[in-house]
Structure formats: C-alpha cells, structure tokens
Design a protein around this ligand. Structure first.
Ligand SMILES: *[C@@H]1O[C@H](CO)[C@@H](O)[C@H](O)[C@H]1NC(C)=O
Ligand SMILES: *[C@@H]1O[C@H](CO)[C@@H](O)[C@H](O)[C@H]1NC(C)=O
Ligand SMILES: *[C@@H]1O[C@H](CO)[C@@H](O)[C@H](O)[C@H]1NC(C)=O
Length: 440
C-alpha cells in the first residue's frame, strides 16, 4: 500500500536542470504535511491551484516552459513569470491572444530548424532559437506548415523512431494532425478515447496530453492509452507543497553516489539510495526516478553497477542481477546469482566498471581493486592491486578515462592502470551542478 503510493508519487517526478533533485524524490515519501498555500499572488497564476496550461514545450537547452495567458513557468519548480521576459516579441502583437500551442522542432535533416521552439498564436507561427525570434517571423502558420489549421490547441514534436518519420503532432478539438516534416504531408486522425488536449509534451521519450489540470499519456502513433489515466499533473510535472513534493535540490556537497555506469549507447545512470538519475538527457533536463521503476528487483538500492556487452550488471550485497540493456530492462532468466558463482568473489562490492571494448571488470572492494576477465570461464580474479585512495563508492570508465567517486568528490585517471599504479593521487574534484543537477 505504502509502496504503491510511493511509486505513484514518484513515477514521473522530475525537475529541470534549473532546479533538479536527487533529494526530492526521497522527500516525496515523507512530506505529507498539508501546509496551506501561503502566498497567493493575485497577478501571477499559481500552477499549484490546478490550472489548464495553454502550451508546454522545452527549448534547445532542455528547459521546459509551461504557458498560461501572458505568463509562463520555466521548469518544474518556481513561480510564474511574464512570458515576454523570455520571448520578448510575444508581447508585440497585442491583437494576438495567448500562446495556443508550442513545440520544439526535431529535424536533423535541417540543422537550421533543429531545436527551434515554435509558438502558435491564432493564425501565426513564431520561431525562436536561443530565445531570439528568427527573421521572417511571425508568419502565417500555413506558410511553414501547409495543411495545418490555425487556432490550434496543442502541438508536440515526434522524432523518427518514435513516429515513423520526424513529425509534429498538432491537436485541435478532437482532431489530431500528424505532420511529416520532410514531405509536409498531413494525416488527420481522430483519437476519440483521448481527451481534447490543451497542451502536449514529449518528455523522456513519452507523450503526454494535458487537459484541465490532468494529463494522459498516449502512444504517438496509435494514440493508445495504457495505464490508469488521467493523472493530476501537480503530482508529477511541478513541485507543489500539498502534493507530496516541495523539497529542495540537494547541495552538490551533499551528493554521494552508490554507483554510476554508462552503456554502449551512451545512456548514463547514477544511483543513490533508492533513486537513480539519467545524466545524458540534457535535452529534457536531468531527472530522478525510483530505481524500482526501471529495475523492480532493486527497490532498496544498489552497491555497484557496470555495463558489458549490451547488458547491465547490478551488484547488491552478495548477489548479481543481469539485465538486458534496452528499455524495458528485463532480468535475465536464472538471475540473481551469487557473486561467488558469477564472478568468483565474495561481497560486498563498493564499485565496479568496464572500459568500452574491454572484457575486464574492475571490482573495487575497500582499498583494493580486483580485475576479472569476463570472457574467461570460470571467472577468477586475474589480478589484485591495492589502491591509493580509500572510500571509493562508485566508479565509471568513459572515453576520457576513469572517474572514481568518494563522497561528493571524484578522482579522474586516464586509465584503470593509472588508478592502480599511480604513486600520487590526483587532486580530487568536486561534483558540479552540471554533472548531477545539484546546486552549489
Ligand atoms: C544567444 O544569445 C545570447 C544573448 O542574446 C548571445 O550572447 C549568444 O551569443 C547567443 N548564442 C548563440 C549560439 O547564438
Ligand atoms: C472537444 O473538441 C470538440 C471540437 O472543438 C468539441 O465539440 C467537444 O465538445 C470537445 N470535447 C470535450 C470533452 O471538451
Ligand atoms: C482529473 O482526473 C481525475 C481522475 O484522476 C478526475 O476525477 C477529475 O475529474 C479530472 N479533472 C479534470 C479537471 O479533468
């Protein structure tokens, strides 16, 4: 009961890189005090009151903007601000009303359009990049998007791979217009089971239709809705004190990792306590999730994680869990197995990493590192070396070498060999907001 509530609160809890969090999700479980809304600003709308957004879209930096009237919110936390402070020219056209719809262009074929943020107001479209209005805008919608109607309700990007080709989905009343960016062909659909969307948002490869203060997740090709919807947006896409959140982003000096790994496709995951964070999603901001959302067997946290040959190995206590490294992660049959059986060692393990293209897993236990050849059977410790650094809790090998984490600092070595044999430790470096979305 408690667990399902926790999962529900946390499922899509997220913060932009402007105000991110390793801590909030943890707080979400505990923070059930219903303190009253104190500051009711008359002029500024409060999204915690439960409002219907006009439009939602991220910019090229992964900051998500939520629009309502002539105000917007920048990110998942913080107060409403005047839209024209961010997008100046939106205010210059007083005969046009508020933003009806917005999306961020995904068009790798045309770098000049890629990542531009488009706004639709009545029959006009505005294109911004780096928060400057592009030359020639605003213009009539149909000049850029032939076949797409004016007075839209919502719009959302849909890159190839998620849609059949790089596309935009436009919503107006009960109609959905699937606009193919390259061919400019429009397919009109009706997804009668989906509520009329007043804004639409793609976030971490998922699609959300917002209606009232609720949202419904849908499949961008079939329109299918799976799961229990609608859900109240205040539990997920914003930080509202009486909706279970309200914690602050942690200080970088308080961040400690249990494990960190990057797979072959560059997806990078950092683990701490019962949550993890994707570190490679700057286009959508950095976000935290309960570990159980992705690796359900590991709700209580992990000790060490490494990636090897399309699989992710998670070590907890004296057990090893191996998952196929594609979402949804599936536990390979027969696992977990004991560390002894899988790697020929006893737990617990503090950190583990494999360098791309290599078969050696480097296992750190206390102040020693053991190398195990994953291509050999049976697996045995081929080499054991004492380390110059104590207290390593997480480690990762990437294109620029090895980073090992001790508390909120890390040490950078060019290779596992240098980690093992350097006589001198390099100066530790501090985890920065850029790396983990914490605050100074
Ligand atoms: C973005 O805009 C800022 C301020 O207007 C400017 O200083 C900067 O050079 C611009 N960056 C790019 C990539 O155009
Ligand atoms: C959806 O939009 C259509 C067209 O504007 C309208 O007739 C219908 O009443 C709307 N449905 C709801 C549930 O608001
Ligand atoms: C929001 O969704 C809840 C169900 O989760 C429903 O009871 C409520 O009527 C919806 N409210 C609006 C404004 O759509």
């Amino acid at each position: 009961m408690l667990l399902s509530q926790t999962l529900c609160l946390c499922l899509a809890l997220a913060f932009t890189s402007a105000a991110p969090t390793l801590h909030d999700v943890m707080m979400a479980d505990h923070d059930h005090d219903h303190h009253e809304d104190q500051a009711h600003h008359k002029a500024n709308p409060d999204r915690c009151d439960g409002i219907e957004f006009d439009a939602i879209a991220p910019d090229e930096k992964g900051h998500t903007f939520f629009f309502k009237g002539d105000h917007l919110w920048n990110g998942f936390t913080g107060p409403a601000q005047v839209s024209s402070a961010f997008f100046k020219e939106l205010d210059d056209h007083h005969h046009l009303g508020h933003v009806d719809a917005a999306f961020r262009m995904h068009n790798k074929e045309k770098p000049g359009d890629h990542d531009h943020i488009y706004f639709f107001l009545e029959d006009k479209v505005f294109s911004y990049y780096n928060h400057s209005l592009e030359k020639g805008y605003p213009k009539n919608i149909q000049l850029d998007f032939p076949g797409v109607p004016s007075h839209l309700d919502a719009a959302v990007e849909c890159p190839k791979g998620e849609c059949n080709s790089d596309s935009v989905l436009f919503f107006k009343g009960e109609e959905v217009y699937n606009y193919d960016i390259a061919t400019q062909l429009v397919k009109k659909r009706q997804w009668a089971h989906l509520p009329n969307c007043t804004s639409a948002y793609r976030w971490l490869e998922q699609y959300y239709c917002f209606h009232g203060h609720n949202f419904t997740r849908f499949h961008p090709v079939s329109g299918e809705v799976n799961g229990v919807y609608p859900k109240d947006a205040r539990h997920y896409f914003m930080s509202c004190p009486n909706f279970g959140h309200g914690g602050k982003a942690p200080k970088c000096s308080e961040v400690t990792l249990d494990a960190i790994t990057s797979d072959d496709s560059g997806k990078t995951y950092a683990f701490t306590g019962q949550i993890y964070m994707r570190l490679d999603t700057h286009r959508d901001g950095k976000h935290t999730f309960p570990i159980a959302r992705t690796w359900k067997e590991l709700a209580n946290g992990v000790d060490a994680v490494f990636s090897y040959s399309d699989k992710i190995y998670i070590i907890k206590g004296d057990q090893v869990y191996i998952y196929k490294s594609a979402a949804p992660f599936t536990l390979i049959e027969g696992y977990p197995k004991s560390l002894k059986e899988e790697l020929g060692i006893e737990g617990p393990v503090n950190a583990a990493f494999v360098c791309a293209g290599h078969h050696i897993v480097h296992i750190i236990q206390g102040q020693k590192m053991q190398d195990i050849d994953l291509s050999a059977t049976p697996r045995v410790v081929a080499r054991e070396v004492p380390l110059p650094i104590a207290g390593i809790e997480a480690g990762m090998c990437g294109p620029d070498g090895v980073k090992v984490y001790v508390g909120s600092e890390y040490y950078h070595y060019e290779s596992p060999r240098l980690l093992a044999f350097s006589k001198m430790s390099p100066e530790p470096k501090k985890i920065t907001p850029d790396m983990m979305g914490c605050v100074e």
